[in-house]
Design a binder for this molecule. Structure first.
Ligand code: BGC
Length: 928
């Protein structure tokens, strides 16, 4: 038995994070037993585990998903802990020793806020000599600098993080980081801190103009170097008047436009620092995960474009910086620009709007590597000017993102679907840079709440998201407090005060998703006030006259069904008021469930009632007496099925099917409908249609983007036309993760792994694979909060499937074998059938396999019963029908019906002979 992935507050060995509680979690593998009998957590004051501070004793209730243990925490102290697990087979093992270390907590800062002349554009280095008097046993640097900072000791970078102290609403709070500098300060040297502009003091967001920051205009630094000597004494060096300022050669930086450095500048005299007021927001321990460099890329191709530009293709779009090796004569100006796509073979960046996204460097003639400090780029292509003899190895792309571990791995028998998975993962990596952003390249890169909300379940399958979103949700609540509960459209808001349905509902949906994925109620405790404030805000706006729908709402943003159409259209045609009430009711229902879990009975009743009332209002207002949804769009009908809004489910299904059929089985959905679409279709028996939408290679569709060269997921379904031209420059990013939310369906339906809501954290799951012949196979590994699941299926023949499943220690699965005959279950040799009820195999921890003949043949056959629109969208079917019936033979008004229906029901163009011949031709061998 091995214990792994031990965390406190969902972090591994955290240094200097906010610790308002101590929740311990772990996972177990390689055990002989099936589940945990009991567990014991011990917290120590020392590494040798001699000074015991807390011992829970063996507790049969201790859940591996999170045990809250009260530990009285002192500032700047490292605590050690371990967990011992006993299994039902009598095994016992103890984890490796883990630790967590507090920051300064309530302790006063010795360091003072310092600044320098902020009019001077040359970015400052604040410096201080450090002369340790004795042998240092341990040293920490506590530091924050605005807008951004990078710290060095004797010129060597301290830590590996970029863009510290990260992005917050700096009016509310800001973070400081803690670095272990014990090794570095063993010798005397200089502590220096370089400041940049970043989110705080350069243009960013909608409210900032030109190059003025929204939050502030002055450089500000606070730091405290604490050196503990071996003899037990301590020296503290805080920022104060004794520090000096030296000017760097960085003359410009911001997040959108890039950075400029001139190494030919003269050295300026050092300046004295000035003491300055603390910034408005409260200085607190960090919540942000470190943003570090992950993958590095060499250019996959060096291109000389028709315009004679030198352009590098990195082969993959990502967010980050780069390293460029330079050997140019003094005074040479090097100009770098980044873009996402080429246009007519040439460099292109107009869709970045006003973001210059460039790097300018003036060489001092010294050979060196340059790496930008205070900016980042969302890019695949790089245009380089001013380099005389460029070699491929001179440029390395460096992907920057928050330290989130990948937990989900998915592979199918379909290359393009695998590419889609990779594209979504890159969309995630590019937009998980401290804040869940909409896009990483143009003049936005903001924490749009709607985008974050629709992608949060997908992200939580693909990566470990708890701590990342916890920081975002904390930010959200800080913003709400200043806005009377309203959730601004972007968080951190940077001055944005508008809100909208679906977007603001992130306040309820993301915490709920985190609870479902990780099974730790702490997130609901932490966010309860925020969730409630949001629902109360909507309630108050709505009043007694249903005024919520009178407000502007993005609704089914970027859907394709708005009759006005056009490449710049942003609104869909699903009534935004309808969507607003469905989400109001849904958020109130989530809030009621959270209240229930937290034992807030009054609230539970109150918000359950609100939810019921709002759902009742939706049903009354937007449905006919017979249950027909009056908003006849794909998205409205998907919402109808998801939330059970119609009294006639069959009618709704029929309406939805017809809408798809009428549209050649193609989607028209935007930000609301798309993330739900395939999940709802599968839930309601339209798995084949869900697959069809996934696998469709024509526009609009996921695979269509890939066939046009996408390496991430586009913002719009029609971002690029078939000639490879960007459809418009108003709002068009090639790296928006929202539609990447299809990955949630891949896990939940294609592989079939779903957690049961009543057993959050994946302690108990259902596995219901949905098979598809075009896909052939699907396999997933998901290292859930409860342990690592594996699930795979493979159709070796159109009617023969092999299924394998691995259930982790402490977990249970209910496996449904699709299209299995009842005789199969009589095979009592196979442990998979040890416990079967009503065709469901109840599985405990272990590995299982089975292969069987399915009662359904998965080869898709087009027939005279296939709707004409669909039949004629299949090339092979068209070929088979050649000489029998043509698309144009069928009047346009009949094309959503099948050939057989048209013949049976309408006086038409089709003869009996045609039907007989068509039936025969379509039944001929050959896949279609
Ligand atoms: C962003 C979106 C966002 C939207 C608001 C856009 O500019 O990029 O993804 O959700 O505005 O509707």
């Amino acid at each position: 038995m091995r214990i792994y992935d031990c965390r406190v507050n969902h972090l591994k060995n955290p240094l200097g994070f906010q610790m308002n509680r101590t929740v311990f979690s772990w996972k177990v593998k390689e055990a002989a037993g099936k589940e945990q009998d009991s567990a014991r957590i011990c917290v120590y004051a020392d590494k040798d585990e001699k000074i015991l501070l807390k011992d829970t004793g063996f507790d049969s209730e201790a859940s591996s998903l999170g045990v809250s243990v009260d530990v009285e925490l002192k500032p700047r102290t490292r605590y050690y802990w371990n967990v011992t697990v006993r299994s039902d087979a009598g095994e016992e093992n103890v984890s490796e020793t883990q630790w967590f270390e507090t920051g300064k907590r309530e302790e006063e800062w010795v360091g003072k806020w310092i600044s320098c002349n902020s009019e001077e554009k040359r970015h400052p280095f604040f410096e201080k000599a450090v002369n340790p008097e004795k042998k240092v046993s341990s040293a920490r640097l506590y530091i924050s600098g605005l807008g951004l900072y990078e710290a060095f000791y004797n010129g060597k970078r301290i830590g590996e993080e970029y863009l510290t102290p990260y992005s917050n609403d700096y009016y509310q709070w800001q973070q400081y980081q803690t670095f272990d500098v014990t090794e570095m300060v063993q010798e005397e040297g200089t502590l220096s801190v370089l400041l940049g502009n970043g989110w705080y003091k350069a243009r960013f967001g909608f409210a900032a103009i030109e190059d003025t920051g929204f939050y502030g205009s002055e450089w500000k630094l606070i730091a405290e170097l604490r050196m503990a000597y071996e003899d037990g004494t301590e020296e503290v060096i805080g920022t104060d008047e004794s520090w000096l300022v030296r000017r760097s050669n960085i003359i410009f930086s911001n997040l959108y436009d890039g950075e400029k450095m001139d190494d030919t500048l003269e050295v300026l005299p050092t300046e004295n620092v000035v003491l300055i007021d603390a910034p408005k927001g409260q200085l607190q321990e960090r919540l942000s995960l470190p943003v570090t460099i992950h993958e590095s890329f060499e250019p996959s191709e060096i291109i000389r474009t028709p315009k004679d530009e030198l352009v590098l293709d990195m082969g993959q779009e990502f967010a980050g910086i780069f390293r460029l090796h330079i050997r140019e004569p003094k005074g040479t100006k090097i100009h770098i620009q980044t873009g996402e796509i080429l246009q007519d073979g040439c460099f292109y960046n107009e869709n970045l709007r006003s973001a210059k996204s460039e790097y300018v460097y003036i060489s001092d003639g010294v050979e060196k590597d340059i790496v930008p400090h205070f900016t980042y780029y969302g890019y695949r292509y790089v245009k380089i000017e001013g380099v005389s003899d460029f070699k491929k190895e001179d440029f390395t792309g460096l992907a920057l993102y928050s330290e989130i571990e990948q937990t989900g791995f998915l592979k199918t028998g379909h290359e393009l679907v695998n590419k889609l998975y990779s594209n979504v993962l890159w969309g995630l990596k590019s937009n998980f840079l401290d804040v869940p952003t909409d896009c990483p390249q143009r003049d936005e890169r903001m924490g749009w709440t709607g985008d974050a909300q629709v992608f949060s379940a997908t992200a939580s399958f693909m990566t470990e998201t708890y701590a990342f979103y916890a920081k975002y949700l904390y930010d959200m609540w800080q913003e709400q407090k200043a806005l009377g509960g309203k959730v601004p459209d972007v968080v951190p808001s940077c001055g944005v005060e508008t809100t909208s349905t679906v977007w603001g509902d992130a306040a309820c949906i993301i915490p709920w998703n985190l609870y479902c994925f990780y099974g730790d109620k702490s997130i609901l405790e932490d966010q309860y006030d925020s969730m409630k404030a949001w629902v109360d805000y909507v309630r108050q706006v709505d009043g007694d006259e249903h005024l919520w729908r009178e407000k502007f709402h993005y609704g089914d943003w970027l859907a394709l069904d708005n009759p006005v159409g056009g490449v710049d259209q942003v609104l869909g045609s699903t009534d935004e008021g309808f969507i607003a009430y469905v989400y109001y009711a849904a958020s109130a229902s989530i809030l009621a469930k959270a209240a229930h879990l937290l034992g807030k009975t009054e609230d539970e009743k109150f918000y359950e009632k609100i939810s019921e009332e709002q759902f009742a209002f939706v049903k009354k207002e937007y449905y006919s007496a017979t249950g027909r949804c009056c908003v006849n769009t794909q998205t409205a009908l998907l919402l109808t099925l998801k939330y059970g809004l119609s009294s006639d489910v069959e009618l709704t299904k029929k309406m939805l099917r017809k809408l798809f059929t009428d549209n050649h089985d193609k989607l028209l959905t935007g930000f609301v409908g798309t993330p739900l679409m395939c999940n709802v279709l599968s839930d309601w028996g339209f798995s084949e249609l869900a697959y069809h939408l996934l696998l469709n290679e024509e526009a609009p569709g996921w695979l269509h983007e890939i066939l046009l060269g996408a390496t991430t997921v586009w913002e719009r379904w029609n971002s690029i036309d078939d000639e490879g031209h960007v459809s418009s420059t108003g709002m068009n990013s090639m790296n928006h993760y929202s539609y990447g939310s299809i990955v949630e369906w891949m896990f939940r339906h294609c592989v079939g792994l779903q957690q049961k809501e009543e057993c959050p954290g994946f302690k108990e799951v259902t596995i219901r694979p949905e098979l598809n012949w075009e896909l052939r196979s699907a396999e997933a590994v998901y290292d859930s909060a409860a342990g690592c699941y594996e699930a795979a299926w493979k159709l070796t023949k159109p009617d023969y499937v092999e299924i394998s499943v691995k259930v982790p220690f402490g977990c249970k699965a209910e496996l449904s074998l699709p299209y299995a005959s009842s005789e199969l279950f009589a095979n009592n040799e196979n442990p998979i059938f040890a416990d079967v009820k009503d065709g469901i195999c109840y599985l405990q921890a272990g590995e299982y396999q089975v292969g069987y003949q399915t009662t359904h043949n998965f080869k898709k056959v087009y027939s005279i019963h296939t709707p004409v629109n669909l039949l004629f969208s299949n090339d092979k079917a068209v070929k088979k029908l050649n000489g029998i019936v043509k698309f144009n033979d069928v009047p346009a008004q009949y094309r959503s019906y099948s050939l057989k229906e048209i013949f049976d029901r309408f006086d038409s163009c089709l003869t009996e002979d045609m039907i007989i011949r068509a039936e025969k031709a379509l039944a001929e061998e050959g896949e279609n």
